[in-house]
Design a protein around this ligand. Structure first.
Ligand SMILES: Cc1cc2nc3c(=O)[nH]c(=O)nc-3n(C[C@H](O)[C@H](O)[C@H](O)COP(=O)(O)O)c2cc1C
Length: 210
């Protein structure tokens, strides 16, 4: 075993070495990329609307670093509106093949134009055109209307370059809590919660009952 198996350190009560939740996430995510056949970067993204009613949907994580986890969307979509009203969010990764989940709670910050442009440019041309054509979450009279709009943008941008729509960008969810959950025998799962007071504070870890 490699000392680099952070999961073993984390779930060993005798070992009090500090494990960074971001490093542990990285370890689990690498394993998920090998184990999952489809979208290891898929997460359930939960927001709360103005009235306090929760909402959730699947998004893809398309960026991550020591600040947090980045998702991209149309800013005028339902979730975009909800984030404007309430910049708190939760993200949940479930890696079925590994029988693990990572729960994240925190606040969001819109990524810089530079970061959004860089990611947008990596998307296939069809997806870049689609970002222009789709008024995400708003009513659509028919599929025909969407296809017409798509054709219009294809004509407008015949070359490889397609600019990023102003209303399309990313949010970084900056975690204040991250819980690592690993399946255990007889439903006696391992759970460790990392919590911090703010984005600059130190992480505290607590083992939780399953
Ligand atoms: C596997 C999968 C990946 C998805 N990835 C994204 C994504 O990265 N960004 C996005 O805006 N919607 C994505 N969607 C669609 C969302 O689940 C959702 O339908 C859409 O964002 C509209 O949500 P809203 O009306 O709550 O804003 C994905 C759906 C699935 C099933």
């Amino acid at each position: 075993m490699s000392k680099q198996n952070l999961s073993d350190i984390l779930f060993d009560d005798e070992n009090d070495s500090f494990v960074s939740p971001f490093d542990l996430f990285e370890e689990w995510y690498q394993q998920a990329q090998e184990a999952e056949t489809d979208y290891p970067n898929a997460l359930t993204f939960a927001t709360v609307d103005r009235s306090g009613m929760p909402d959730a949907r699947i998004l893809l994580m398309n960026g991550r670093d020591e600040r947090g986890f980045v998702v991209y969307m149309n800013l005028e979509s339902t979730k975009g509106q909800q984030l404007k009203d309430n910049p708190n969010a939760a993200a949940l990764f479930y890696w079925k093949a590994l029988r693990r989940q990572v729960r994240i709670r925190g606040f969001v910050e819109q990524v810089s134009d530079k970061e959004a442009n860089a990611y947008f440019a990596t998307r296939p041309k069809g997806s870049r055109i689609g970002a222009h054509a789709s008024k995400q979450s708003r009513p659509l009279a028919s599929r025909e209307v969407l296809l017409k709009r798509t054709k219009g943008f294809e004509k407008q941008y015949p070359d490889e370059f397609v600019p990023r729509p102003k209303n399309w960008s990313g949010y970084r969810i900056i975690p204040l809590e991250m819980e690592f959950w690993k399946d255990g025998k007889y439903r006696l799962h391992d759970r460790v919660l990392f919590k911090r007071e703010n984005a600059n504070a130190v992480w505290k870890t607590t083992r939780l009952n399953p």
